[in-house]
Design a protein. Structure first.
Ligand code: NDP
Ligand code: 8X3
Length: 254
């Protein structure tokens, strides 16, 4: 009998991560749910634990020791992680680089780059042991490739995620482990609320009058990439809502 596949999700307390928890649960996967907000993790676990095995842990991905300890302490029934969804991330501020705080830049780098590395490094040998069919799904962003004013360190951190995903694929050749970079455009989650530091009006304004991506849309793509036949690897999947496209190049005139 095939064992139950296990998905490890970072940032499961909101947005894409929470939607991924529901999507994988609907297909019978066992869930490892992580994030910093304990109450949200407990609520999610309560919602899902009657249908699938759920293990949840408060985890700040920036804390490499905590990440390693948590992963080393996984109960045996959750230890064969089949799919890692590196989703935890954030932007802080939308103003120009010259007005950004260095502290915010460090937080973005520590979360989106160092945090993703901490979790990936701690789970790599497990994923390799699981082998054929295992998957790492990294959530980058359209901001990884397409520059816009105010993206500075956020977009650059997602460019790192994109290139790291490709480079990881090279090294994992022969192990059976897939690596996919999913790059969403404008999506309605708590992302803008966090970016604008709790300014609900700014968040509501951004999503008003448009039809943005919904968390479930991305969860569907994450699940799709993770459950393709094991000889297939989607390298990168960039998804925008139809209402979004590119702006032209900017020129500063006298
Ligand atoms: P949300 O703000 O709704 O969710 C972000 C998640 O990341 C939360 O669960 C949060 O959990 C978690 N998180 C943040 N910092 C940490 C940390 N230090 N340790 C652990 N978890 C952390 O936003 P989204 O769902 O939109 O964001 C998910 C990912 O998608 C991010 O990487 C984001 O950059 C990316 N993305 C978002 C887009 C959008 O337009 N919404 C588009 C493209 C990419 P908690 O606070 O409980 O720790
Ligand atoms: C989030 C999408 O356009 O706000 O990654 O950078 S965007």
């Amino acid at each position: 009998m095939m064992s139950t596949p296990v998905v490890f999700i970072t940032g499961a307390t909101s947005g894409f991560g929470r939607a991924c928890a529901h999507r994988f649960a609907s297909a019978g996967w066992a869930l490892i749910l992580t994030g910093r907000r304990q109450e949200r993790l407990e609520d999610l676990k309560t919602d899902l634990k009657d249908s699938v095995p759920v293990y949840s842990a408060v985890l700040d991905v920036r804390d490499s020791q905590a990440v390693t300890a948590m992963i080393n302490d996984l109960p045996p029934e959750f230890s064969d992680v089949t799919c890692l969804v590196n989703n935890a991330g954030l932007a802080l501020g939308a103003g120009p680089a010259q007005e950004a705080s260095l502290e915010d830049w460090h937080t973005v780098v520590d979360t989106n780059i160092t945090g993703l590395l901490n979790v990936t490094h701690a789970l790599l040998n497990t994923l390799i042991r699981v082998g054929r069919g295992a998957a790492i799904i990294n959530i980058s962003s359209t901001a990884a490739l397409w520059p816009y004013p105010g993206s500075h360190v956020y977009g650059a951190s997602k460019a790192f995620v994109n290139q790291f995903s490709y480079n990881l694929r090279c090294d994992l050749k022969g192990t059976g482990v897939r690596v996919t970079d999913i790059a969403p455009g404008m999506a309605e989650t708590e992302f803008t609320l966090v970016r604008m530091k709790g300014d609900h009006q700014a968040s509501d304004n951004l999503y008003s009058g448009v039809e943005p991506i919904q968390p479930e849309d991305i969860a569907e793509q994450v699940f799709y990439a993770a459950t393709l036949p094991p000889h297939l690897n989607i390298n990168r999947l960039e998804i925008m809502p139809v209402c979004q496209s590119w702006a032209g190049l900017a020129v500063d005139r006298e």
